[in-house]
Each structure stands twice: as C-alpha cells, then as structure tokens.
Write a protein that binds this ligand. Structure first.
Ligand code: NAD
Ligand code: ZN
Length: 346
C-alpha cells in the first residue's frame, strides 16, 4: 500500500504505533543521511529504539559485499525477527535494503520511504529487491513486498537535476506503455522540473502499482514495465563495466529510443509515432555513447537477460502510444538495426 505522507508524517507514526516491532533500523546512504534523515527523525514519533545504518551512495555499492556488511551489522545489533528496516533512499537503498531484510533470518519486515523520483514512481513499488553481481544488474534478489510505502514528494527538493531527469524516464515509460494522456501531459514540459512533475507522480505510481497487482510474479503484463530496459540494461551494464556509469533513467531513455525504433522495424508502430516518441526522448536526454560497444558484447548481455526463456531474446515493445506487447521475439537483424539507428543519432 502506498501512502502520500502529510507534513507531520502522521500516517507513518500510526503505522509504527499499530505494529509491535522490537527495534527499528533505518538504512540511508550518505546523501539521504544528510538531506532526508533529519526530516524523518524530526517527525517520527516512536518509543522504540532505532539504529542508523549508513552505506556509501551509488550503484557500485549495490552488491553482495555491502549486503553482507548489513547482515553482519544486523546480527551484531541483535536484530530479531520482529525488527523493522526502514529504507530511506533511492532505488539503490530500497532494492538493497529490501533484499537484506527479505533474506535476513529468512525475512524481517521492511518499509520503503523513497527519496528519488525514480524510487517513488518505480523502484520502491512492486516488491522486487536485489543486488548486482559482477557487472550484471539485479542478478540476485527476491520478490518481497514492503509492508508499506510512504511517499513524501518534498524530499525531491534536494535531488540533483540529473537524478530528477533519470526518474522522469520511468514516468515517460509508464505513459508510453499504458496511458497516452499521461505521456502527453509529461511531454508538454520543455524540461523536467519539479513543479511540473509533482502533479503527475501519483498517476505514475498508480500505473506501476496496477500492473504489479495484476501480475506480481511477472508472468505476463508486468513484463510491459521492461520496455526500454532490455537494451537499456545491457548498455547500463557495459557503461558501468567500462568505468563510465550512466544513470539508470539515462540508460532507459536510450533503451526506449532504440526499442521504439525496433518496434517500428517489427511493424508494431507507425513511422510517425516512432519519430514523435524518439524526438521527445531526445529533447530530454543526453546521448549515451555506445560507439565503443561491439554488437556481440551487447548481444551477450541480451542473451543473459533474466526475461529470456528457451534461448530466445524476449522484448517488451510498444504497439502504439499507451499500449505495449510482451514476449515479442525480434530478429537479430532488427535488433542490430535498432542499435545502428541509435549510433547514427550521434
Ligand atoms: P540512487 O538510489 O543511487 O539515488 C540517486 C542519487 O541520489 C544517490 O546519490 C543518492 O544518494 C541521491 N539521493 C537520494 N535521495 C536524495 C534526495 N532526496 N536529495 C538529494 N540526493 C538524494 O538511484 P535511483 O535512481 O533512485 O535508483 C536506481 C536503482 O533503482 C538502480 O539500482 C535500479 O536497478 C533500481 N531500480 C529498481 C527497480 C525495482 O523494481 N526494484 C525499478 C527501477 C530501478
Ligand atoms: Zn527502470
């Protein structure tokens, strides 16, 4: 259940009073420690003891070493099965904190308080937890719902513009796969700014939640949320491996451009729609240079994608603005064509 918090955080306080937790562990990174934790602690009313667990900020920390440190700290601090983990942060914190909580002592309860646009509209919703393995994203994880999700949009006031724009990519994706009006409302903005975005956050959260409710285990319609992510994830992984990381939303925007063209090559959408979508995405996002990546390296990652079955590369592709198909198998020729198309945009 998602709750938009009032300025006194009263819904969070009610939740903490109703449940009988033994202790609270608040997971933050260095930035959410500085910008968000004081707001949370200033409003949180509880008689329970709490500990702050801080990790360095960044995707590079979302790995088994950090998870192991957190399991060890929970053990040393004698966290029992009735402890609560509060994940206060972006997608790295909600993914990793969720994973650590879901696996510690076979699972303790956790709540998400997302602090980036990306985690509000996407990462904190839907119960996917996880960490990266080698240079593969989200390779190890669980499907575990947080007890609750509490959203406080004012946290976004301290978020750097690049991060805001990164989260905006997931909102655009929600419009493209499920809601044409949402897409049109978003692309009216010349530049993603907070004032323009805030009124649309609930719509985006609603789209994600509804899709997840219909298909928690990602057997069918939830796969549509992967639009832009098949190629996007491969490129995100290669950039990280190369030592030039791009933000998740930047990679997803790149992936949506390539996959929109792929949808056109596969005769799923018209040339007119694909051009209009690609122009809008190009307006917002910097070009991700993939000229150094060989097709075979990208294909290696595509083959390794978790969404694949029976040795076939499955794509979720839009079939219009506001609709999406899944498990669509594309020819390797068209996939290579969409990568070439993207390279030529530079
Ligand atoms: P992030 O958690 O790294 O946060 C981005 C940066 O913003 C970090 O430096 C962080 O410290 C900082 N920050 C966070 N909140 C802030 C605030 N209010 N003010 C100032 N700075 C703040 O990254 P993200 O973009 O939120 O999430 C990306 C991660 O989410 C990726 O690992 C991705 O795989 C994952 N993800 C998961 C799902 C899912 O369904 N589980 C969906 C999408 C993305
Ligand atoms: Zn994403």
């Amino acid at each position: 259940m998602i709750t938009i918090l009032d300025p006194a955080f009263s819904q969070l306080n009610e939740f903490l009073h109703e449940k009988s937790f033994s202790k609270i562990f608040i997971l933050v990174d260095e930035n959410t420690h500085e910008y968000c934790l004081p707001v949370l602690l200033g409003n949180m009313e509880t008689d329970l003891g709490f500990e702050i667990l801080e990790v360095e900020a960044g995707e590079e920390m979302k790995n088994i070493r950090t998870a192991n440190q957190l399991w060890e700290i929970l053990t040393e601090m004698k966290a029992d099965r009735k402890a609560l983990v509060i994940n206060l942060g972006g997608g790295v914190i909600t993914d990793m904190g969720g994973f650590v909580a879901a696996t510690y002592k076979r699972g303790i309860q956790f709540i998400n308080i997302p602090t980036t646009l990306l985690s509000m509209c996407d990462a904190s919703i839907g119960g996917k937890t996880g960490i990266d393995l080698m240079h593969y994203k989200n390779m190890v994880g669980t499907f575990t719902f947080p007890e609750r999700i509490f959203v406080y949009p004012k946290f976004l006031e301290t978020l750097p513009f690049k991060e805001l724009r990164s989260g905006f990519a997931e909102m655009l994706k929600h419009g493209l796969i499920a809601d044409k009006i949402h897409w049109e409302n978003l692309i009216r903005m010349n530049k993603p700014d907070l004032e323009g975005i805030i009124p649309h956050i609930e719509t985006s959260m609603g789209i994600k939640q509804e899709v997840v409710n219909k298909d928690f285990q990602e057997k069918n319609i939830r796969k549509t949320l992967n639009f832009g992510h098949t190629i996007g994830h491969a490129v995100e992984s290669l950039c990280l491996h190369q030592g030039n990381p791009v933000l998740h939303g930047e990679a997803v925007a790149m992936g949506m451009i390539a996959e929109t063209h792929l949808a056109y090559l596969e005769d799923l959408i018209s040339g007119e729609d694909s051009t209009a979508i690609i122009e809008s995405l190009k307006k917002y996002y910097p070009y991700v240079d993939i000229s150094d990546f060989k097709d075979e390296d990208i294909f290696d990652l595509l083959w390794n994608d978790k969404k694949n079955t029976d040795r076939r590369i499955n794509f979720s592709l839009i079939s219009g603005i506001g609709s999406c198909v899944f498990d669509h198998q594309c020819s390797e020729e068209n996939i290579a064509g969409s990568l070439d198309f993207y390279r030529r945009l530079n």
